[in-house]
Design a protein around this ligand. Structure first.
Ligand code: Z5A
Length: 211
């Protein structure tokens, strides 16, 4: 496998992205792949500061457009400082959330026109898109119940079930329209069953990357 690949992990809150990221790291390491792990919003010093502003409660009444543009501002920095240099250097990139999250949260959840997001995506990313996206999908109640067992809710986690149902719908609709890249993982199952689906998809991806 010569060319570096860009893999992203998506899903609504508490579905198990962080948990399964650790598992994907072991699968990549086992193949001897050189990779970096990063996340959005964040991944750079500036991006992490934007993350604090986006997730914290200091700006609870933030306009939807401000939120959208801050996501893309953090992404522009992330692409410039981390993602593109790593890929150019032959390192795979494993990223916890990327632009599908913008379509799902700012598009589906907040109701911003998808076409506006697409214009920003083209402007900020050029032709940089993930090669593989694993969408961890579970009914909202399951993810929320898992997430509630942890820290106090952030600005997004304060949203109501209706918001998260729209987020989930937008994610699923994107996966249906781009099935080559975006693979749906049933994250409602127990952890071993989730890992097994992830392992199957990653193996399939490796086999395509080889050819
Ligand atoms: N956001 C946005 O709006 N627009 C954008 O463009 C981007 C992001 C990039 C970032 O949050 C927020 O930014 C996010 C969307 C928005 N807000 N929300 N909601 P984040 O990604 O950092 O946080 P998160 O989505 O809330 O993820 P999380 O809370 O870290 O959850 P997770 O990583 O998916 O889950 P986890 O921590 O791995 O697991 C949660 C618990 O469940 C934990 O105790 C696990 O042990 C347990 N777990 C995991 N899997 C299982 C299974 N299969 N069975 C049983 N228990 C399990």
């Amino acid at each position: 496998m010569t060319q570096a690949r860009f893999i992203t992990l998506e899903g609504s809150e508490g579905v198990g992205k962080t948990t399964n990221l650790e598992y994907i790291k072991t699968l990549l390491s086992a193949q001897g792949i050189d990779f970096i792990v990063t996340r959005e919003p964040g991944g750079t010093a500036l991006g992490e500061q934007l993350r604090e502003l986006l997730l914290g409660h200091k700006h609870d009444g933030m306009a939807d457009e401000t939120e959208l543009l801050m996501m893309f501002a953090a992404r522009a920095e992330h692409l410039d400082k981390v993602i593109k240099p790593a890929l150019a250097n032959g390192q795979w990139v494993l990223c916890d959330r990327f632009t599908d999250a913008t379509y799902a949260y700012q598009g589906g959840g907040r109701g911003i026109d998808f076409e506006r997001i697409r214009i920003l995506e083209d402007y900020v990313q050029g032709d940089c898109r993930p090669d593989l996206t694993l969408l961890l999908d579970a009914p909202i109640e399951i993810g929320r119940e898992r997430a509630n067992q942890r820290s106090a809710p952030d600005r997004f986690e304060k949203e109501q079930t209706d918001f998260f149902n729209k987020v989930r719908e937008a994610y699923l609709s994107r996966a249906k329209s781009d099935p080559q890249r975006m693979k749906i993982i049933n994250a409602a199952l127990d952890l071993d069953a989730v890992k097994s689906q992830i392992s199957d998809q990653i193996k399939l991806f490796f086999s395509h990357s080889d050819s």
